[in-house]
Design a protein around this ligand. Structure first.
Ligand code: SF4
Ligand code: SF4
Length: 297
């Protein structure tokens, strides 16, 4: 796979270096660095399109803020790439209106905007999926009894944090591993924004934490905490599905809250980030946080 990378700022450099160290250097056919002090609104972004663009299969644009992202579909077209990943680590980076503009300017190109990058999963596109098999939403294999014995990384966050977390949760009590994975992500440290994203109602940093906690929960086969819906009081046909509409995990594409056959909300304890937003939003007071062992199939 020929990967062409467009990078800007500290976040961009960190991702590029980390991907190169984790084995993608030989796939990179080019790297274009965009200055990180450009204005958010640009009339003539054409001037920033690189003069020489290699043939590529996949374009990765990391760390670009605002209108400069409009060069990405132009570069894709000139490189022949039909697949583009524009990860979002900050709410101000690529707002929904700009996402639509980018997509509409290149309808023949598959463009994904994972928010955060470590929520990327295969989407049915040859090259995005090839990338997402190794990099994106963390996936782990864990050997454990009462303690975590061995952790194998099956898919790592593109910043490399999953390897760091995997090494640092070995030896700790298994029931504490999901919480500890979240703490270790902050220690690494995760570079996603601490500002609340108005689209998802939570911070992108928190969303990154939910992804790695989910990886641990799925690998050990249980979660220690989750929001739970009371089916006796859930009135989903009356409430416009407030919990589904406001769950930040659902907003970024996860099936964390769904409706069952009785049309009542059900929360998946594997991916619930325990943010409590659904508890505040449910007009019937039907959701509570529970701390117990939830077995994950
Ligand atoms: S607590 Fe509710 S809103 Fe938050 S992640 Fe879990 S299900 Fe979604
Ligand atoms: S749990 Fe509350 S917000 Fe969610 S569907 Fe049921 S009544 Fe509506």
């Amino acid at each position: 796979m020929k990967l062409y990378v467009i990078s800007s700022g500290k976040y961009g450099s960190r991702i590029v270096n980390s991907l190169a160290e984790m084995g993608l250097a030989s796939s990179m056919v080019g790297l274009e660095e965009i200055p990180d002090d450009l204005p958010e609104f640009i009339d003539d972004f054409q001037q920033y399109v690189p003069k020489s663009i290699p043939t590529a299969d996949l374009i990765l644009a990391v760390g670009l803020f605002g209108d400069i992202n409009m060069i990405v579909p132009i570069i894709a077209r000139q490189s022949g790439a039909k697949s583009v990943i524009i990860p979002i680590h900050d709410p101000a980076q690529v707002p929904p209106g700009l996402q639509r503009e980018i997509e509409e300017s290149a309808p023949e190109v598959k463009i994904v905007f994972p928010k955060p990058f470590c929520s990327l999963e295969p989407v049915g596109d040859t090259y995005i999926d090839k990338f997402a098999r190794e990099f994106g939403k963390p996936k782990l294999e864990i050997e454990a009894g009462n303690l975590i014995r061995k952790v194998k990384v099956l898919r790592t966050a593109p910043c490399g944090s999953t390897h760091y977390i995997a090494e640092n949760i070995e030896g700790i009590p298994t029931e504490e591993a999901e919480q500890e994975a979240g703490n270790k992500l902050h220690n690494y440290p995760c570079n996603a924004s601490m500002a609340t994203d108005p689209v998802v109602g939570d911070t992108i940093l928190h969303l990154a934490g939910y992804q790695v906690k989910e990886a641990v929960r799925r690998a050990v086969g249980f979660a220690m905490k989750s929001a739970v819906v009371d089916p006796e009081t859930c009135e989903a046909d009356e409430c416009q599905h407030e919990c589904i509409k406001h769950c930040p995990q659902v907003q970024i594409g996860m099936d964390t809250v769904t409706l069952n056959e009785e049309e009542q909300a059900v929360i998946d304890p594997a991916s619930c980030g325990c943010c409590e937003i659904c508890i505040q939003e449910c007009p019937y007071g039907s959701i509570e946080m529970e701390e117990k062992k939830f077995i994950i199939e």
